[in-house]
Design a protein. Structure first.
Length: 103
């Protein structure tokens, strides 16, 4: 068996919550900081409170707004491509004489 293959096991690793609660569990790191624990989680406490860590909801809403803004349907893309093609064709000279004078 290889030496130093497995991580060090800490049977009394300290878990510290943002609410101030701390408790010990077994883990591979000596100290863990969490945002929500059994003492403050709405499911365990029965209190319905809004838990938003680091603005995740706002970040999601801004991503969704950006996606809605940039979205074009296939029909709209085809219409824009056709309009661009027509505009390029209108800029072309109509006669050979106009082509010679343009250069």
């Amino acid at each position: 068996m290889k030496v130093q293959l497995h991580p060090t096991w800490y049977p009394e690793a300290k878990i510290t919550c943002a609410c101030g609660n701390s408790f010990a569990v077994g883990a591979t790191v000596p100290e863990i900081k969490v945002e929500v624990c059994y003492n403050c989680h709405p499911f365990y406490t029965g209190q319905m409170k809004y838990v938003d860590t680091a603005g995740r909801v706002e970040a999601f809403k801004t991503r969704q707004a950006g996606a809605q803004r940039d979205f074009l349907s296939k029909a709209e893309k085809r219409r824009l491509k056709k309009a661009k093609r027509l505009l390029e064709e209108m800029e072309r000279p109509d006669t050979l004489e106009a082509l010679r004078t343009k250069q």
